[in-house]
Design a binder for this molecule. Sequence first.
Ligand code: DC
Length: 226
Amino acid sequence: MIVTIDGPVATGKSTVAKKVAERLGYIHFDTGAIYRCVTAFCLKHKIPYQNLTILNEALKDFTFEIVLKNGIKHYFVDGEDVTDHIRGEAVTKEVSHVSAIKLVREKLVSWQREWAKKEGNAVFEGRDLGSIVFPKAELKIYLTGSDEVRSLRRYNEMVQKFPEKTFTLPGVLSDLRERDYLDMTRTVSPLIKAEDAVEIDTSSLTADQVVDQIVDLAHARGAKDR
Ligand code: DC
């Protein structure tokens, strides 16, 4: 069974998708992390990604790896561990622009479909999994949440992850709104709720409550626990 979890920034997609996958014994793919890896690659090699010919050539050398260390996924680009770097400011600022490029999306979508074929059972999270990548997924979830709750979540996460940096709540809120706007209004595969997706408003729910709802829905559609 393929379970897709889409939604805007900081709706808890990653936490929820990881836990749902654990409960069902499925593999978990965080597709946003891969768009971030491509962005880190472009920044490192100073690729003028607006130039599609140069980008296409450069992407032929893009390699990445996911390595599990003590139960935590580590992302490697060019053999370098970029797990923290891809969550930092530089990549976060650029990723909405890189992920809006058709050429980038075509490559990543084709990889995602190959992984799904290989795994059979998986939880995929991102922006376009239910609408574009897996239109026939057995279970599609669309997470939402108020801007205020989502920005507080993101603020707490960033403070914890980068204690040496200074963040402000209004700053985080405005970045979050800007990124949602770019993701929702881009021409190629904008963030939208698939017609047959189940919407869950996470504003006043804990991650575990959201997980329970999704696992119940997966069971109802035939998934077994691990
Ligand atoms: O989920 P995230 O914040 O790590 O995603 C990073 C960016 O990648 C986000 O701005 C939108 C983009 N993205 C996308 O366009 N399609 C996906 N399937 C996943 C992420």
